[in-house]
Design a binder for this molecule. Structure first.
Ligand code: ATP
Ligand code: MG
Length: 596
């Protein structure tokens, strides 16, 4: 902690229009050429299958955010959400919220609810466009029969092992399945039997018939349907065959009239199949042109966290954290409880931009975005996190005064509040030193400091218990120096410390959260759990200024000289809020600021 008050907030740059990038360039070119003008709704010909409403779509872009409801959203998803919904907003388009629920075994309503909540929390609205992959199972099946008819798909009865071996490698072409050239009628009969539950799981699959010698392994007759005798959370037991994600996704996009289907780079090698499939269905008259286009961008990699679902689940299930919404978790529910803000996330997404190249973003970039937003919006309050008593010996025991503290130093319109002063105060333990080093300007015997918003006091000594532990600091005040009165500045002091009146203070639980991992790249050199920061949560009983007792859950404050804090969403009770530290005032992890 420094001796001087926090530096005044940096002037925020004026809100610039969003920086251009290759996705915006593509969208602008498509809008300029009128590619999507006058498109018919529903993606397919004939009397419009208008599950989405209006018959005509003006020249608008349509994006979608397509999570699989098998986990809680994390900070990486926030990037994708801000990108998809943000582009739709900027170009007057629409973004669909779509659950990719093609896998019957994994989806859970708990995840669905939490995903919707997170997207809303980030400030986005899908309007009437809440979609599910399972809404299109009928069409997907119809399309599969069409592919069989037209010689573009066949039922394969090889074992999984045979299929694996015959797929070939990057260096070697694959080998045709013995079933590849079976007559379409035979595949059709088997496909219908599969649908009707007449075959065992794993006994056969439907494969696209493309090219077993393609250098792109994804085009070597990918599986598009498999048997799964499982109950689906939306379609129940209607189906016992389910489409593969790579088959379902392009169809979902086309049926929803998505114009730009944005996904992360690992899908780049899938794009030829995406295009192949939609072309086959369009030429067969099942889909209308123009078809959606897939555009890939680099996923977010963030230092000091893990963003893989598998690892996040492990952190929760093995009890390394206290649940999905533990404020240290990189989930959006966790970040919310931590006191991070939607505006901070949107600023972050804007700042990191999108690119085609994988890269790592420093966690401090996210923290800076949170600081920036919180600095503007959070009211200031006083909190003593590591309290020691300060006794003003010449202040009458029964006297009380009301000091005035501004709620926001840059926003006088937010007014001031009363902070009571009395003879005994709480101050930070490290604001006193009996034998200070050179350059220490806070309390030590003989030195004077200003009690912020109050008086100048001169330290006269301290009190210790039998073991030599400090129990109180003593001082005397100069009644002529009260802040805001004419003589206040007559005594010049270098130190300026915060305090809370002991008899008025609200003693509260405050959680000092730190980064969950102690290295930038967890799991890189050791098993990732060995990189956990075991000191990522510290609980203190802090002494807070009395008005903080009224704080409502999710209300955020700057605790002066400490950082930004939020009244915990879950554990706060009326008149008994507990607080979580969102982020300290400065980065204590950077190279120039060694760990405390
Ligand atoms: P899994 O691989 O376990 O399915 P996922 O992270 O891909 O996990 P999804 O629910 O499929 O999870 O993701 C939904 C959307 O969020 C996808 O479009 C995906 O590309 C995007 N997304 C996921 N992780 C990131 C990330 N780290 N950065 C940017 N976008 C991401
Ligand atoms: Mg995924």
């Amino acid at each position: 902690m420094s001796d001087s008050p926090p530096a005044p907030a940096k002037k925020r740059a004026p809100q610039l229009p969003s920086a251009s990038n290759f996705i915006r360039t593509a969208i602008e070119a498509d809008l300029a050429s009128g590619k999507y003008a006058g498109r018919t709704w529903g993606g397919r010909p004939g009397p419009a299958k208008t599950h989405l409403g209006a018959p005509q779509d003006p020249a608008r872009i349509r994006t979608r955010f397509p999570p699989e409801p098998n986990g809680y959203l994390h900070i990486g998803h926030a990037k994708s959400i801000c990108l998809n919904f943000g582009l739709a907003q900027d170009y007057g388009g629409v973004c669909h919220m779509r659950f990719d629920d093609t896998n019957p075994e994994k989806e859970e309503q708990e995840y669905v609810n939490s995903i919707l909540e997170a997207v809303k929390w980030l400030g986005f609205d899908w309007g009437e466009h809440l979609c599910h992959a399972s809404d299109y199972f009928d069409f997907m099946y119809e399309a599969a029969e069409h592919l069989i008819h037209s010689g573009h798909a066949y039922v394969d009865q090889q074992t999984a092992e045979e299929m694996r071996v015959n797929r070939g490698t990057l260096a070697e072409p694959g080998r045709d399945s013995p079933w590849r050239n079976r007559p379409p009628e035979e595949s059709l009969r088997l496909m219908r039997e599969m649908r009707d539950g007449e075959h065992a799981e794993g006994s056969m699959v439907l494969r696209a018939r493309i090219d077993m010698a393609s250098p792109n392994i994804n085009l070597r007759d990918p599986v598009i349907y498999r048997i799964r005798k499982a109950t689906h959370h939306r379609t129940g037991d209607k189906w016992c065959i389910y489409p593969m994600y790579t088959y379902a996704h392009p169809i979902e996009d086309a049926l929803e009239n998505i114009t730009h289907s944005l996904c992360t780079l690992e899908f780049e090698d899938q794009r030829p199949f995406y295009d192949w499939l939609l072309e086959r269905l369009a030429e067969g008259g099942l889909l209308l042109r123009p078809l959606p286009q897939q555009i890939e961008f680099a996923r977010l990699n963030l230092t000091y966290v893990v963003l893989s679902k598998r690892r996040l689940i492990q952190l929760v299930e093995e009890g390394h954290v206290e649940g999905w919404d533990d404020p240290r978790m990189p989930t959006l529910v966790g970040a919310r409880r931590r006191g991070y803000t939607p505006e901070g996330f949107r600023l972050f997404a804007e700042r990191i931009g999108v690119s085609k190249a994988d890269s790592w973003i420093e966690y401090s970039v996210l923290e800076d975005c949170m600081r920036e937003h919180l600095n503007e919006t959070a009211q200031r309050r006083i909190a003593v996190l590591d309290p020691i008593r300060l006794v003003i010996d010449n202040y009458p025991a029964d006297k009380e005064e009301e000091c005035l503290a501004p709620n926001h130093p840059q926003k006088p319109e937010l007014g001031r509040r009363v902070v009571p002063l009395s003879r005994e105060l709480w101050i930070e333990r490290d604001d006193f030193m009996e034998n200070p080093p050179k350059g220490y300007f806070r309390l030590f015997p003989g030195n004077s400091v200003r009690l912020r918003y109050g008086y100048v006091v001169k330290c006269t000594g301290c009190e210790k218990d039998a073991q030599g532990n400090l129990v109180a600091v003593h001082c005397e005040y100069d009644p002529q120096t009260r802040s805001g009165t004419p003589g206040a500045e007559k005594v010049k002091v270098k130190g300026n410390i915060h305090w809370v009146s002991a008899k008025h203070a609200y003693a509260a639980e405050v959680r000092l959260y730190d980064r969950l991992f102690k290295v930038a790249n967890p799991g890189n050199e050791r098993y990732f759990l060995e990189d956990l920061n075991r000191e990522s949560k510290k609980i203190v009983t802090a002494q807070l200024e009395p008005v903080l007792k009224e704080a409502r859950p999710e209300e955020r404050f700057q605790f002066e000289r400490h950082g930004y804090f939020v009244a915990d969403l879950r554990d706060s009770k009326p008149q008994r809020p507990v607080f979580n530290r969102a982020v300290s005032l400065r980065d204590s992890w950077s190279a120039t600021a060694p760990r405390k």
